[in-house]
Design a protein around this ligand. Structure first.
Ligand code: PLP
Length: 381
């Protein structure tokens, strides 16, 4: 099979009542952005093909956010299509792509599905998912065409520092001119409360490509609107052609709604960031209360984090029981295996459900932790 099976597909197709698996913020309902203007413009919208680069007004708005010219932006069907098109346009057979693991599953799986060589740099819970830049340098070869880093990272919500990114970009500039550095910034603006937003890497270096979308921070994953940014004109031209050859254009309806989402972005962010900080606080308390069973790395952004089932209380067999009991209780959990980690870890999304429901679900999960964990040895009690 060309595309490997990954159970993350259940997130789309099997929705359980208590969803701790989702990585997005609260879904946006169209009425949140609906007004007379919206209604009038929508009524008159021509359902023609879009342009290969994507709606100009939408690119203008994204360009303003990123402080780059709209010519550097291509609208894509979600950030995932920006990743796909970049791989396709930059690599030939036998070329190598380096990325981190754990990671967003399609990023890991597409590389080999498209016939390229996947080289992974493993990030671990124990090292707080930080990257060892020197280890990364050891992996680069003359055949490496693309390095994909994700900041904030899915599934962990951890980030890479600017100095690390610049160090990598500089090294590529000195030694590997045919290799680009992609920063997947899909969760960049999903900050908590009044925390400062992490600055974008767009426009910072010629060899950096950034991608992002409206899926996670704006709560509109069903729009399927993302973008790719690069200041390399030839690359942008290639991406436009590849996009036309595969999907022709984005849906003009999606692009129209996306423009409206961006017009109301401040309000959309405000409510979602308040929601996220409440979710984060509840999660933090929950982790503390259950610290004999679990541990976590506190995320820096994104309504998601990684939880580890402690070794002393969870062995292989009761880890399986933990997941099966959760499923029976209608609690949806994103298993570490989806992201290239082990089952000992899972992703917990704290921004998707209403706060009361999140609280209720975490309480249910506490009971499942207690009932499925192995008992402590007598001499430990
Ligand atoms: C890190 C990362 N990149 C990209 C995507 C793709 O998002 P979309 O295509 O919905 O924009 C996701 C989705 O989960 C993600 O987690």
């Amino acid at each position: 099979m060309k595309f490997p099976n990954n159970d993350i597909i259940t997130l789309l197709d099997e929705r359980l009542e208590f969803n701790l698996a989702e990585s997005t913020n609260k879904d946006l309902i169209l009425k949140e952005i609906w007004d007379d203007n919206f209604s009038n413009e929508l009524k008159n919208l021509k359902l023609e093909y879009g342009t290969s680069q994507g709606n100009e007004n939408l690119r203008q708005k994204i360009g303003e956010k990123l402080h780059v010219d709209k010519s550097q932006i291509v609208i894509t069907n979600g950030a995932v299509f920006g990743i796909f098109l970049s791989m396709l346009c930059l690599c030939e057979k036998n070329d190598e792509i380096i990325t981190v693991q754990p990671n967003f599953p399609p990023t890991l799986d597409l590389i080999e599905s498209l016939g390229f060589k996947k080289v992974v740099i493993k990030l671990s819970f124990e090292e707080e998912y930080q990257i060892d830049v020197n280890k990364l340098f050891d992996l680069i070869t003359e055949k490496t065409r693309l390095i994909i880093l994700v900041s904030p990272l899915n599934p962990t919500g951890t980030i890479h520092s600017k100095s690390e990114i610049l160090k990598i970009s500089n090294r590529l500039n000195e030694q590997y001119l045919n290799c680009k550095l992609m920063i997947d910034e899909t969760y960049r603006e999903a900050t908590y409360g009044n925390n400062t937003i992490i600055p974008t890497y767009a426009g910072l270096r010629d060899n950096i490509i950034t991608i992002s979308s409206l899926s996670k921070c704006h709560g509109t994953p069903g729009l399927r609107i993302g973008w790719l940014q690069s200041n390399n004109e030839n690359f942008i031209e290639q991406v436009k052609i590849a996009k036309m050859d595969t999907v022709i254009s984005n849906s003009v309806l999606d692009e129209f709604v996306a423009s409206k989402v961006l017009e109301k972005e401040d309000e959309i962010f405000k409510s979602r960031r308040i929601h996220s900080i409440k979710g984060l606080e509840i999660t933090k308390k929950w982790v503390e209360q259950n610290n004999q069973f679990i541990n976590w790395i506190e995320p820096k952004a994104g309504a998601l984090c990684c939880i580890k089932l402690n070794e002393e209380r969870f062995t292989k067999s009761n880890i399986d029981e933990f997941y099966s009991t959760s499923k029976k209780a209608e609690i949806q959990i994103a298993v570490g295996e989806w992201f290239g980690a082990s089952k000992r870890y899972f992703r917990l999304g704290f921004g998707y459900m209403e706060i009361e429901k999140l609280d209720l679900t975490l309480n249910k999960l506490s009971k499942i932790l207690i009932s499925t964990a192995s008992k402590k040895q007598k001499n430990e009690i």
